[in-house]
Structures are given as C-alpha cells and as structure tokens.
Design a protein around this ligand. Structure first.
Ligand code: AMP
Ligand code: MN
Ligand code: MN
Ligand code: MN
Length: 280
C-alpha cells in the first residue's frame, strides 16, 4: 500500500540517492500526491523539487530535517511547509552546514588513524556539493571494502562511541523550533523510536519538545510496526501533539524503506498537514 502523503524523504541535496527531480518523478509514479522534501539541514533541493512537482501535478511541501541538540543527544526535527528564504532558518542552516564540514574533517582524521585513506575526498565526491553526512562516510567505507554494508559501517566506525565518531555542536532544540516557526512552518519530532531511548526518556523528550513549542510527532514511519504506531499514537495524545507520517526514504543502502510506504495516520490523531495540504 502506497500512501498519497509522504512527509519525510531525502534527495542528493543531503544523503539520498535520487536528485530532487528524480525523487519527485518516482513519487508521482508510485501514486504520491503530497510530498515533503526534508533533507538534512538544507533546503537546497526544494526549488528543483517544486518545479518537478508542478510538471507532475503533485504538491511539493518545502521541508527540512534539522539536527538539534537536547540533553547531550541529537534529535531530528522535521520542519514542514517552511519558507526556505526566512532569515533565522537560513542563518541556522548555514551554521549547521559549517558544523557538518568541521565534523567531517575530524571524522576523516579519525578514519585515517583507523587505516582508511582519503575518506574526506571520497565522501566529498559522493556528496557532490550536497550536505556531508555520515551516510556518505558509510558508503566510502563500504565502497573501499572496509565494511560489508552501511549498518556495519555505523556499528564499527561511525556510530556514537565508535572510533570515528565525532560529536557535532548542533543548535539547541528550542532554537531549532523557533527557526521553523519564524519560517511559517510546523515543527515535527522525527522517528521517535529511532533514538535508542527508554520509554522514560522518550516521555521526557516529548515533554521538552512540547514545552519548546513543538507541534507534532511522526506517528507512522517507514519501518513502524503496528505496536510502534499504537505507542506513538498514545504518546501524541498524551502530549497534545498532532501527528505526521513519512517514509524517511533515502534510496541506496536502505531497501527496506520505500517512498510512500507508510501506514495511514490513525483517525483519532489530528494531522499536522491540516493547514497546508492542497485539496483539489
Ligand atoms: P548525520 O546526520 O550526518 O549524523 O547522519 C545521520 C544519517 O545517517 C541518518 O539520517 C541516516 O540516514 C544514517 N544512518 C544512521 N544510522 C544508520 C545505520 N545504522 N545504518 C544506515 N544508515 C544510518
Ligand atoms: Mn539520512
Ligand atoms: Mn532522521
Ligand atoms: Mn530523515
């Protein structure tokens, strides 16, 4: 089953494998009518995606997935229906990009010590001007024969606490939410099950997110089980958050996440898209 709405996916502007127009073409082909492009810390793909969406007759919602700092953790905050030219957002994302470059240099130095040559050059080549992410380094490790797949690259080198891990100085959660609001968008906590948290931490995170002005949480993600959806629905209700749905499609390396393959939002959860989905 393909959903007509998919509000979380990536293009070559960050760590996806399809260009913004290829991504939109694929979305139209599988039957998606409303797609949000949410690249990591950049809106660079939005203009091309918007043009492609006009050609295919589908709605492109400008979005972004921002890395945020909260309690020594990194949270991913999806901004939906944002104005990419808004000042605070623009400046905030420029700083995040700088963080990404600096972190990449440090990660490459650590990989060098582990015997991996030219990691930065190779990752930059793969990113081809897009945001440099750990996904690019994972691909370098796989392509170079250091790891058998991306999962192993994170497990052995790139994950938290592993030899090539470097902490990035992301902006604070409340700042990130304020950029999204100043850009006219909705702030959505991405994939609440993917932070490796206990139920108690998840509750604290959602409380802090709501207190910082967060609007919604992803209730249905590409890999959600029925149990995940039930837990997330309950949490959304308890914390007074609206719900969003998104596949988190990247393309390469994660064949289990498909564009548009996401469960519908349970009927009792108010959809975050109420105010911005076009209805013709
Ligand atoms: P970054 O924002 O540069 O730290 O990179 C985070 C990205 O790495 C995520 O958005 C995922 O796309 C990817 N990622 C994280 N963990 C894994 C994993 N275990 N296997 C494959 N990709 C992962
Ligand atoms: Mn990613
Ligand atoms: Mn994410
Ligand atoms: Mn994502």
């Amino acid at each position: 089953m393909i959903s007509a709405i998919d509000l979380h996916c990536h293009s070559t502007a960050s760590d996806g494998s399809l260009s913004p127009s290829e991504l939109v073409g694929k979305a139209a082909a599988v039957g998606i009518k409303h797609l949000a492009l949410t690249d990591h810390d950049t809106t660079a793909g939005v203009p091309e995606a918007t043009r492609a969406a006009q050609q295919h007759g589908i709605q492109l919602i400008p979005g972004v997935e921002i890395s945020a700092h909260w309690q020594k953790r990194t949270l991913h905050i999806v901004g939906l229906n944002i104005d990419p030219s808004a000042n605070a957002l623009h400046t905030g994302l420029a700083n995040a990009a700088k963080q990404r470059d600096q972190r990449a240099e440090k990660m490459a130095a650590k990989l060098e010590k582990c015997g991996v040559d030219k990691a930065l050059d190779n990752a930059r080549k793969l990113a081809n001007g897009g945001q440099l992410t750990r996904t690019h380094f994972a691909r370098v490790l796989v392509d170079g024969g250091y790891c058998k797949d991306m999962q192993q690259a994170f497990k052995k080198y790139l994950g938290a606490g592993k030899p090539a891990f470097v902490k990035a100085e992301w902006a604070a959660l409340d700042e990130v939410i304020s950029w999204i609001h100043a850009a006219g968008g909705k702030a959505v906590l991405a994939h609440p099950h993917k932070y490796g948290m206990t139920a108690n931490w998840r509750r604290l995170t959602l409380t802090a997110f709501r207190e910082a002005g967060g609007d919604a949480m992803e209730v249905c993600c590409g890999n959600s089980t029925a149990n995940d959806i039930a837990t997330a629905s309950k949490a959304a209700m308890q914390h007074g958050l609206a719900g969003s749905i998104g596949s988190d499609f990247h393309g390469h390396g994660q064949p289990w996440l498909q564009l548009g393959r996401v469960q519908p939002l349970p009927k009792n959860i108010p959809p975050v898209w109420q105010t911005f989905l076009s209805t013709e």
